[in-house]
Ligand binder design. Structure first.
Ligand SMILES: Nc1nc2c(c(=O)[nH]1)N[C@H]1C(S)=C(S)[C@@H](COP(=O)(O)O)O[C@H]1N2
Ligand SMILES: [Mo]
Length: 199
């Protein structure tokens, strides 16, 4: 009698291989932050991009709202090991915000209104891979998740997606942010399990 175990052919997962190594899927949306959520009013909100040459661009809430928006549906992966599939956001592509900027910078430091910082290569904000988002699931982004506006960089661990985003600083050198100084990885690719420096 042939004994055929499904285990031999690999257990089929319902995620089609969309869960990076070491991650589990959740339907919840956990909240993680280094401190209390700052209160950021949209009537005084501004978002700024500064370059290594000392140039800057600033948008008010209404100016940001007037830009073309996209509605990406993406998977997100937190270094604390939860992943969430098919999350839908509304926001402005970083390609729009960075377009035509004169810079030789290869890195960015992203700043939040709570004093949070995180670093990544400039390239990872370009090419349809990153958004400044103001809605989750078709509703205004909740304050605990970074409302009124956060960065969304879903191809990297979620700590790179700065909540309450205030400024993106273009830098020539790689300058570490809050978690990166604390030992987390400078790049943070979930598919290569780049959780900590040296991974
Ligand atoms: N401004 C700011 N952004 C932040 C953080 C923070 O403390 N402050 N925490 C980061 C971390 S560690 C994670 S995992 C995600 C969590 O986002 P969530 O609370 O919406 O799940 O936000 C990231 N962005
Ligand atoms: Mo995190």
């Amino acid at each position: 009698m042939a004994l055929v175990s499904k285990g031999f052919v690999g257990r089929r997962r319902d995620d089609d291989g969309r869960t990076p190594p070491g991650q589990y899927l959740t339907k919840d949306f956990p909240v993680l932050a280094i401190g209390p959520s700052p209160s950021v009013a949209t009537d005084t909100w501004t978002f700024q991009i500064t370059t290594e040459r000392g140039e800057s661009r600033t948008w008010t809430w209404d100016e940001m709202a007037a830009l073309p928006h996209e509605r990406p549906t993406v998977d997100i992966h937190c270094v604390t090991k939860w992943s969430k599939l098919d999350t839908t956001w509304t926001g402005v592509s970083l390609d729009v915000l960075l377009g035509g900027l004169e810079t030789d910078a290869q890195y960015v430091v992203v700043h939040g209104f709570d004093g949070y910082t995180t670093n990544l290569p400039l390239e990872d904000l370009l090419g349809g891979k990153a958004w400044l988002v103001t809605e989750f699931d078709g509703a205004p982004l909740a304050r605990e998740h970074g409302g009124p506006a956060r960065l969304l960089v879903p191809h990297l661990y979620f700590w790179k997606s700065a909540k309450w985003v205030s400024r993106i600083e273009l830098t020539e050198q790689n300058e570490q942010g809050f978690w990166e100084r604390g030992g987390y990885h400078d790049y943070g690719d979930p598919w290569r399990e780049q959780r900590y420096q040296g991974d």
